[in-house]
Design a protein around this ligand. Structure first.
Ligand code: SF4
Length: 356
């Protein structure tokens, strides 16, 4: 990599001013060296880097600069499937690597850290979920993309946040009753919006659950012109104050297209990198996670996403370990529930991207 390219990879100002939450702190010259070495290895290993919006901006910059991709999980998997590289390096959390492997079983899928998981996935063990489904055989099982391969395999449908409303409306119109898992806040939002008959699994995202309704109200009072953008994994008291509720892609689009200067954003702060890249003049405020009852264990940044760093990325490329494996019998069933969503999206010309 040339010096000029290295300079263009400068860490964005917003993140320079925040405490770096990644497991590894990297100084300026060390950062340049790591980025250069990773770029070389991606080429040598016939690999492409796909990174989630919530990962550290250094990884997002690397993905963009090396011909990779930054997006939501399903869009990451679709990009990987269409890309000619034989190896996908997925910077995100485990269910994203699994989804990539399910959709492209012939490719090698590596992840910087296999410990990177998700509270929604962790809070929905396949055996317990399957037993719950068995107790409600009259209901259609719809699960969020943020689940393990085994839970997807047990479901009739997988949905992402951007297409969930359409699919739940579609099932309701067919007279189907729904068993929903694992995110109770997203389920509650879908139930209220569609009026569908839904039973909800008791799961949540530890990042979005921390946003506080009362404190958001106060912040809105201090910034009366600001538009409020909320991911529907947030609690009802936060969702009800939103100008826009939607997937990460929808919130990103809102920042660039809405005629407002200030935005209060209730989703993982990792998205600020792409928001400021596409709308550098806008002012972004983190929705409050502090206040009464606050523990702020994430402070608007997913601790598992933060396990993805330059050192772990370099390690996985050097060693070629941390490969994602999905049992083929499980993958085959999961492809059916994922496929239903993709067919629905094609038929209705809708985008499916949009997990947390
Ligand atoms: S932000 Fe929430 S939903 Fe996304 S990976 Fe982290 S815990 Fe899971």
């Amino acid at each position: 990599m040339s010096k000029a390219q290295a300079i263009r990879m400068e860490r964005p100002r917003y993140f320079r001013e925040q405490p770096q939450q990644a497991a590894e702190r990297v100084s300026g010259s060390e950062r340049d060296r790591l980025m250069e070495r990773i770029s070389d290895l991606l080429r040598e290993r016939d690999a492409v880097l796909v990174a989630h919006y919530y990962t550290d901006p250094d990884l997002q910059i690397l993905a963009d600069r090396t011909g990779g991709y930054v997006s939501d999980s399903l869009d990451m998997a679709r990009f990987g499937a269409e890309h000619e590289a034989s190896t996908l390096v997925v910077a995100g959390v485990r269910f994203m690597g699994e989804t990539a492997k399910i959709l492209t079983p012939e490719k090698r899928v590596l992840m910087p850290d296999l410990e990177a998981t998700c509270s929604l996935d962790e809070g929905c063990p396949p055996d317990a979920f399957s037993a719950w489904c068995d107790r409600h055989p009259d209901r259609t099982v719809v699960v969020y993309a943020n689940t393990s391969a085994a839970v997807k395999a047990r479901a009739d449908w997988v949905v992402t946040s951007s297409i969930a409303l359409d699919i739940i409306n579609h099932l309701k119109a067919r007279g189907e009753k729904i068993l929903w898992g694992p995110d109770k806040h997203l389920g509650d939002y879908l139930q209220r919006e569609t009026g569908a008959d839904m039973l909800l699994w008791d799961g949540s995202c530890i990042v979005h659950e921390e946003f506080k309704g009362l404190e958001l109200e106060k912040l809105r009072g201090e910034h009366p012109e600001a538009k409020v953008l909320v991911h529907p994994e947030s609690p009802r008291a936060v969702v009800e104050q939103a100008d826009v509720v939607g997937s990460t892609s929808k919130l990103l689009e809102a920042v660039t297209t809405m005629d407002a200067r200030e935005f209060i954003v209730a989703t993982d702060a990792g998205i600020f990198h792409k928001m400021l890249e596409s709308a550098p003049d806008k002012v972004l405020l983190k929705a409050p996670t502090a206040g009464r009852g606050a523990t702020c264990s994430s402070c608007a940044h997913c601790p598992w996403m933060a396990l993805n760093g330059l050192h772990s990325l370099l390690r996985v490329l050097e060693r070629g370990d941390n490969e994602i494996q999905v049992d083929e019998a499980v993958a085959e069933k999961a492809r059916v529930s994922l496929g239903r969503m993709m067919d629905f999206a094609r038929a209705h010309k809708r985008a499916v991207a949009g997990d947390a």
